[in-house]
Design a binder for this molecule. Structure first.
Ligand code: ACM
Ligand code: ZN
Length: 754
């Protein structure tokens, strides 16, 4: 009654109040009455299901209500009164399954689906009309009229369960994350170098042996050691069936990935006959790409894989079976007599053609069972298998090429869709690197401009990948996918051109409350303070600038000191220490810290003789004297200058003659990524900045702090105004190393003078 009076009061006073809804992904069309009003869902609400096969949707709604609102609804064919949710089918003829209509008015809730998926998505939308958090027993649902349907047929998320193993309970939860985002493909990465995770009855050693490793590297690759912990696990066939059913009840198709011919070390360890050298092999304890792969010459390899695929296809009804195909070195095949014999017999021109033969032979087998293969974009090399769908991960080009060859494509380009990348510039745990913030994901467009309308029909959709080298637990997995997965759901669902970042930002506040309701971990990077370091006018230090996009008042302090001041502009930093900036929003404090290492070079005028590579430009020379070290490794490539095959030469003007005794050059060394320390470093000095005298050349230096550190050059004390530091690029990478024959990278992030 109170509500009724209130509504009347609104009408009488002529106030028009439009309540914004918070549905993610945003529906295609939402109409709301001019005057806000609500229907109330409560424990007395009855569900009337007018079609058959609707149990999945009804059960989902009841489970959700029970979990988060602590009541369930009665299902009946003879309802009493108007407190009813009616569920039905209506023809909508959308080419992609999942269209629905939902209306809420004084007669209750009405959901009509074009098909079962449509009804299920209508239920998901109803759930998102409920208030968050779920405390009330009478849940207001705003009056509205929604018409909705998906843009893409492939709306996916991937999970790597090899690098780290995730429990069946977590897999179910992950599937529910997909369901609430109206996603419909779960790509389950089940085999890799670090563990084989699916029971295969004919080859029990795959899981008994291949499912376990005797340790894992500590920290970022190549690691600071090994934890020596026996690690592993696998899914039994019964568990797999349980997952497939759980997903199917949510209209999600599970696509298994069985990797071949590369990423096969776990399988080779279990059955060494599968490799070219016959082993012995071991389940890998570190990350990367390994030379030992399935032998492409022996028929026994193909027989084994066909046996495995037989069991896999019996477990997964999916039309698609993912066979990997990425990152397969040809090193062993080049030396293996059996592989070479196969190439000769078939007149194959090179090992890429052999890989193509491998994939095509497997494809033929999978096709003969009425299924289709998906492969990573490397399967384009050496010739595409005739019916393969390509998953484009090394950018979009593979997808573009495949679509032009009339092949179907799923877009998963690293820059937008790799959720193992950092989403904050201040991640507090190790990630694989890269920087893929929320807004970048949101603005991803899966259909490249360069495709014709006809070719574009081959882009089935997109998927985010969660590789788990640096994701060792469920909480971190949640942190990496949320909120980026919510952004991706709009990319995949909303019609082109109708997405709105501003509207998404508005809804995020409610979405964060939903994550809280679900008790999932999520990144708060959206609130991040933006920071930058700038040169000071007088070369007497550096300026630390902080900013927030909410126009909130910010504060600053130095750690270890009690004084706090309101931020009034870039702060001059003249001594080493940790500076902190923060603001509060929505009852949360958002903070950022920055470690400054101030020395005689900090903030001084610096000139580079030659520019760094456009891929790693940093802030030019200033990056080398900004007082900041690349202490978080490759996660902050913006802190580094990269020189490809070129030397780095910098001249620093100390402004007046000063005593110096050391020059320390901070570097990155990661030979697996083609990043080498300099061949030598030479320091020269000058009083006029024109004529330089070499003081010390050092080619025998030790890196401080292991691989990712610094080289220190000591002098006896002397006086100089100008210091020239020359870092010699070591040139072409020597044989026997990753990238042999290519130019090496030289990376530096700071020159310290003391
Ligand atoms: C991949 O990320 N290697 C497909
Ligand atoms: Zn071989």
């Amino acid at each position: 009654m109170k509500q009724l009076l209130f509504s009347i009061a609104l009408i009488l006073s002529g106030v028009v109040q439009s309540q914004s809804l918070n549905i993610i992904p945003e529906p295609v069309s939402v109409k709301q009455p001019r005057i806000a009003a609500s229907y109330y869902l409560n424990a007395g609400t009855q569900i009337v299901a007018l079609g058959s096969g609707l149990e999945n949707s009804i059960n989902y709604l009841n489970d959700y209500l029970n979990r988060f609102y602590h009541f369930k609804l009665k299902v009946t064919n003879s309802p009493t009164g108007n407190n009813v949710i009616r569920i039905n089918f209506e023809r909508m003829d959308n080419p992609i399954a999942g269209a629905y209509r939902l209306s809420v008015d004084d007669k209750g809730v009405y959901i009509a689906g074009d098909n079962l998926e449509g009804v299920f998505y209508g239920i998901q939308t109803l759930i998102q009309l409920l208030p968050v958090p779920g405390v009330a027993y009478r849940l207001p649902v705003s009056y509205c009229e929604i018409t909705d349907y998906p843009r893409f047929s492939y709306r996916g998320m991937h999970l790597d369960c090899s690098r780290h193993f995730f429990s069946i309970d977590f897999i179910k939860q992950y599937i529910d994350f997909l369901a609430v985002h109206k996603m419909n493909k779960f790509h389950w990465h089940l085999t890799d170098d670090q563990g084989w995770r699916i029971e295969i009855k004919k080859y029990p050693k795959l899981t008994q042996v291949g499912g376990w490793r005797d340790g894992t590297i500590i920290g970022r690759y190549p690691g600071t050691g090994n934890d020596s912990i026996h690690y592993g696990g696998f899914y039994t066939q019964d568990q797999v069936k349980e997952i497939v059913k759980y997903a199917a009840d949510r209209y999600i198709n599970v696509i298994p990935e069985i990797e071949m011919p590369g990423h096969a070390m776990a399988a080779l360890t279990a059955y060494p006959f599968l490799g070219c050298t016959k082993g012995p092999y071991s389940v890998q304890q570190t990350w990367g790409v390994f030379d030992d792969v399935f032998c492409a010459g022996n028929d026994s390899t193909y027989n084994f894989l066909q046996d495995v695929l037989d069991e896999v296809m019996a477990l997964f009804p999916s039309k698609y079976i993912h066979i990997g195909g990425d990152e397969c070195p040809k090193t062993r095949w080049k030396k293996c007599p059996v592989c070479q014999k196969r190439m000769n017999n078939l007149k194959l021109k090179d090992e890429h053609a052999l890989q193509s033969y491998f994939v095509q032979r497997i494809e033929k087998y999978v096709n003969s069972k009425g299924r289709s293969i998906i492969g990573w974009d490397e399967i384009l090399e050496g010739g595409l298998a005739p019916n393969a769908t390509v998953m484009s991960w090394r950018g979009e080009q593979g997808g573009i090429d495949a679509a032009r060859q009339n092949h179907d494509v799923i877009m998963t380009p690293g820059d937008w869709c790799y959720f193992d990348h950092s989403q904050s510039q201040n991640e507090d745990s190790v990630t694989i690197g890269g920087y893929t913030p929320l807004e970048k994901v949101y603005n991803y467009e899966p259909i490249p401009d360069s495709l014709t309308t006809e070719q574009a029909t081959h882009i089935l959709g997109a998927q985010a990948n969660l590789w788990t080298e640096y994701i060792g637990n469920e909480s971190k997995a949640e942190y990496m996918i949320f909120p980026r997965m919510s952004a991706l759901s709009e990319v995949l669902w909303c019609p082109k051109g109708s997405r709105s970042w501003e509207n998404f930002e508005r809804k995020l506040i409610t979405q964060f409350k939903r994550y809280d309701l679900w008790k999932v971990n999520y990144s708060k990077a959206y609130f991040d303070l933006k920071t930058s370091v700038l040169p000071s006018k007088n070369f007497d230090g550096v300026l630390w600038k902080i900013d927030n996009k909410f126009n909130k008042k910010m504060y600053m302090k130095f750690m270890g000191s009690d004084s706090i001041w309101g931020y009034a502009g870039p702060q001059l930093i003249q001594k080493s220490g940790v500076a902190m900036g923060y603001f509060t929003i929505d009852n949360r404090t958002v903070e950022v810290t920055q470690v400054f290492h101030v020395n005689k070079a900090t903030g001084k005028k610096i000139t580079l003789t030659a520019d760094p590579s456009p891929s790693y430009p940093g802030d030019g020379g200033f990056t080398l004297v900004n007082g900041i070290w690349n202490e978080k490794g490759m996660a902050r490539s913006s802190e580094l200058l990269g020189f490809l095959g070129k030397d780095c030469e910098a001249v620093i003007d100390l402004e007046r003659p000063q005593y110096i005794s050391t020059v320390t050059v901070h570097l990155l060394k990661d030979m697996n990524s083609w990043i080498w320390p300099p061949k030598y470093i030479e320091v020269s000095t000058s009083t006029d900045g024109v004529t330089f005298t070499p003081v010390k050349k050092s080619d025998e230096f030790k890196l401080i702090n292991g691989s990712n550190g610094a080289i220190k050059i000591n002098f006896s004390l002397f006086t100089t105004r100008y210091v020239k530091v020359f870092m010699k690029n070591p040139g072409k990478i020597p044989q026997g190393n990753p990238g042999a024959g290519y130019e090496s990278w030289l990376f530096t992030d700071e020159i310290e003078i003391n």
